[in-house]
Design a protein around this ligand. Structure first.
Ligand code: IMP
Ligand code: ZN
Length: 348
């Protein structure tokens, strides 16, 4: 990256809508966790996938297991969440929707409720310190854990949606896409929708999920994570594409994550281009900035250099992301005002 371009992407005000908390832990924070837990014998190479490296999706999920071992107390979660929020802010992210799967850890007494409370505490602390970023939270359902846990997770999210003063805004469906079937999770997702939680679903992350994708698109979700195999050229179908277009469902697109996780062959073949050319709402995101060793500025720059986007086009992309947030209209308007204020400085 040349340094002038670098500065433009860092100065660009950005919206991050697809960031898993434990996938976003930086090397610096991992170092602090390693000091806290030397007995685990975890090495740094086990928690991130460096430049030029690739892993199978299965290997990526092994990495999360290692990080979960390192992050298993309230103190860890508070530190990790605070660090992640401040790192996004330092990268020019003005609005962040963080997502995480509430975990219970018998060994440390951590409960799912305390897990969510601790993430919200971190968000609140950053607010109190005037960190220049608006952070909201999506409670994640790990598809591996089945229908009952999914329903319990929705209940928990609903409780917090009602009591968190607008911090909890929705549900994420994630986890190993090769495990379980979305149809079992439909009742939980439908009930989330009914109570006013927004839905961001990982969809068509791998091929062979056509039936599941079709079912889940009928909800319909409010946003789609990845959507890698929706279009017919890669094994999806025109019907699926039409459902996405008809409902105007924004896509959260994570270039480096998909390249390193080998669900797309290379940056140039990323499905961003397909949807962008259609004029469909596409939001550039990081997915797991720690695990995939990236940040949002870099992802915008990669999209621009790979697909020949002008600076004005990049600006438009980051501005349009505001419309795709789950924030109330008043917050969206504040963000638009902020973008307008910052524009002269970014383009100077
Ligand atoms: P956490 O929910 O904060 O613990 O973040 C890590 C979790 O996010 C993983 O265990 C997965 O369930 C989920 N996750 C992270 N990246 C991906 C992805 O690319 N696809 C599906 N799930 C993911
Ligand atoms: Zn994801």
């Amino acid at each position: 990256m040349d340094s002038e371009a670098d500065a433009f992407y860092r100065e660009l005000p950005k919206v991050e809508l697809h960031a898993h908390l434990n996938g976003s832990v930086s090397v610096q924070t991992i170092e602090k966790l390693l000091v806290r837990k030397p007995h685990l014998n975890v090495e740094r190479s086990m928690t991130a996938i460096g430049k030029g490296q690739r892993r199978t999706l299965d290997e990526c999920f092994q990495v999360f297991k290692v990080i979960h071992q390192l992050v298993d107390t309230e103190e860890d979660i508070l530190m990790v969440a605070t660090d992640v929020i401040k790192e996004f802010a330092a990268d020019g992210v003005k609005y962040l929707e963080l997502r995480s799967t509430p975990r219970e850890e018998k060994n440390t007494g951590l409960t799912k409720k305390r897990y969510v409370e601790t993430v919200l505490k971190a968000i609140q602390q950053c607010r109190n310190e005037d960190v220049d970023i608006d952070v909201r939270f999506l409670v994640a359902i790990d598809r591996r854990n089945g229908a009952q846990v999914a329903m319990e997770t929705v209940k928990l999210a609903e409780e917090f949606m009602l009591s968190s003063d607008g911090l909890v805004v929705g549900i994420d469906l994630s986890g190993d896409p090769t495990v379980g079937h979305g149809k079992d999770l439909l009742p939980a997702l439908q009930s989330a929708k009914n109570c006013g939680l927004k839905l961001s679903l990982h969809l068509s992350e791998v091929l062979s999920q056509l039936e599941e994708t079709d079912l889940l698109l009928d909800l319909p979700p409010d946003r789609i994570g990845h959507g890698t195999f929706l279009h017919p050229e890669v094994g999806g179908s025109e019907d699926l594409v039409q459902k996405v277009l008809k409902n105007n469902i924004p896509l959260e697109l994570c270039l480096t994550s998909n390249v390193k996780g080998q669900t797309v062959p290379c940056y140039a073949k990323h499905h961003f281009n397909h949807w962008y050319q259609l004029g469909h709402p596409c939001v550039i995101c990081t997915d797991d900035k720690g695990v995939f060793a990236t940040d949002l500025s870099q992802e915008y720059q990669l999209a621009a250099s790979t697909f020949g986007l002008s600076r004005e086009a990049v600006w438009k992309l980051s501005h349009q992301a505001i419309d795709c947030t789950f924030a109330p209209d008043a917050v969206k308007q504040q963000l638009r005002n902020k973008w307008a204020e910052l524009k002269p400085q970014v383009f100077q």
